[in-house]
Design a protein around this ligand. Structure first.
Ligand code: MN
Length: 493
């Protein structure tokens, strides 16, 4: 860990060219230092090292001034004599609102895996209020994991498991790969020490072979790209993270030979056109594995991830190539956090086509005025989406004003077609009731039901539900006749 100090924090802000008033940051540091005076962490260090480390992570994520200031102050109302009112007086209502959000989230206590639906629910509600609260919570968790050795084993295990079941999946859903990786990495060894040892041993075992392979592929591909005059922005390899390997092994009956992306090479080129050209060149150089060429540029993943993938065979090693433009790379690593980033000239980076953040993107272009922009961040970035839960705790996102019928069709068309009634948070509800973020939905089905009620078309919100219900709507009389005719003449034997 780099040295934790106010100087390091300011340095990160400058290195990342963040458009932030460092005087304000110093003022927040002094405020927090004074408030936490005399307090120490379990590690024995002065308490201020914790909020400082949190703020440093937020600056690494290139977030805005209010978030970094709130990071420095996040434990003040909970653990010191200073109150939220003091924070608001000195740092304004935007910062105070973020600190309040963190304090509220801190009250969510983890009570075992069976309470995890409840935890998730609260996290998502907080996220809907202001997603910057969640960034601070992630940074807080990272530092708590970095200093986890100071805790007793039982508490450490609890925090580590909670990280793997709640925090990392949310980071993944938001597309913030950098956070997901560090959370999983730090938590895995404390949550499942034995499994961690096995997986890292497996990784170490193949490392020499992968290194050799990496070197030869790197040289060969660069040569080929040079010949074709394709500019390379960046080209590097990385070994699969221990936790993600562990998860994959579980899905593939613990057979390491079925894991195809132990070594991934990421190749960043200037344009989309270059991406497709590179894909062709690589597939000509090496034998691509059948069915492993994936075009996430044409069809991005739900969290916005875009890339071209191809898996090739080199000697005895299997390598996955990930080909992207710099914008796609930024999105892949920072996900929703990338919306806070500035480009070299200090302007906010304009956004790409990520379905559920598209609205936010349009907004950013419209709102040129910085102050107004910061104001607008208080508004839910998921303005047009709601997050609801299955009884098992899976998160389903739906458009605003969706109903239990939309939910049912989202789960499965059969559930939609046979949907008889619904429970929202344990209470029987009408099928056209509007769902709210955080609701837990249970669909009660009638097995004998023939199909959907076409009246549902009056209130469903999703395309999916609409299309399925329409299939069951009575057909106009001429279609009935024609289909009758084909049936008759089709049955020639
Ligand atoms: Mn904290």
């Amino acid at each position: 860990m780099s040295d934790v100090s106010i100087e390091s924090l300011i340095e990160i802000i400058k290195l990342n060219k963040l458009n932030i008033d460092t005087q304000k940051v110093k003022q927040a540091f002094e405020f927090a230092q004074k408030a936490h005076e005399g307090q120490t962490r379990k590690t024995g260090e002065p308490y201020i090292t914790h909020p400082l480390a949190v703020a440093m992570t937020l600056a690494d994520l290139r977030l805005d001034e209010a978030t970094i200031v709130a990071g420095l102050l996040h434990d003040v109302p909970e653990d010191t004599k200073k109150t939220l009112i003091d924070v608001r007086k000195d740092f304004g209502s935007d910062v105070a609102m973020l600190v309040e959000g963190i304090t509220k989230l801190g009250k969510v206590k983890y009570r075992g895996i069976e309470r995890y639906v409840e935890n998730l629910r609260k996290m998502f509600i907080a996220m809907a209020a202001d997603i910057r609260t969640i960034f601070i919570k992630f940074a807080d968790r990272i530092h708590n994991l970095q200093t986890i050795e100071a805790l007793d084993a039982k508490k450490a295990e609890r925090i580590a498991k909670e990280t793997l079941t709640i925090y990392a999946p949310i980071a993944n859903r938001l597309g913030i790969n950098v956070l997901k990786d560090v959370l999983e990495d730090l938590a895995f060894q404390h949550a499942y020490p034995k499994e961690y040892k096995n997986v890292t041993a497996l990784l170490d075992g193949g490392q020499k072979q992968r290194d050799r392979c990496y070197l030869s592929v790197h040289t060969a591909v660069l040569d080929a790209l040079n010949k074709e005059n394709i500019q390379v922005v960046s080209f590097y390899g990385r070994t699969k993270q221990p936790y993600s390997l562990y998860r994959k092994l579980q899905q593939h009956s613990n057979d390491p030979n079925k894991i195809f992306d132990l070594l991934a090479m990421r190749l960043i080129v200037p344009t989309i056109q270059d991406c497709y050209a590179v894909l062709g060149i690589i597939n000509a150089l090496y034998r691509p594995l059948p069915g492993r060429i994936k075009d996430y540029i044409a069809q991005p993943k739900p969290n916005g991830y875009q890339s071209l993938h191809t898996t090739v065979l080199c000697d005895r090693s299997i390598i996955e190539f990930q080909i992207q433009t710099p914008e796609m790379h930024e999105q892949a690593e920072y996900g929703i956090a990338s919306h806070w980033h500035y480009d070299e000239e200090g302007a906010r980076i304009s956004d790409k086509d990520i379905t559920w953040v598209q609205e936010l993107a349009r907004w950013q272009e419209e709102i040129k005025d910085e102050k107004k922009y910061l104001e607008s961040l208080k508004i839910d970035v998921f303005q047009n989406r709601i997050f609801v839960f299955t009884p098992k705790g899976d998160v389903i996102d739906l458009p605003e004003d969706s109903t239990p019928v939309d939910f049912a069709y989202h789960i499965h068309s059969d559930i939609g077609n046979k949907c008889a009634s619904a429970k929202i948070n344990g209470q029987i509800a009408k099928l056209d009731e509007k769902l709210k973020s955080g609701d837990v939905i249970e669909i009660i089905i009638d097995k004998n039901r023939k199909g959907p009620n076409t009246n549902w078309l009056k209130f469903v919100k999703t395309q999916q539900a609409r299309a399925k219900i329409r299939q069951h709507a009575p057909k106009p009389v001429w279609e009935q006749v024609i289909s009758g005719v084909t049936e008759k003449f089709g049955k020639k034997k």
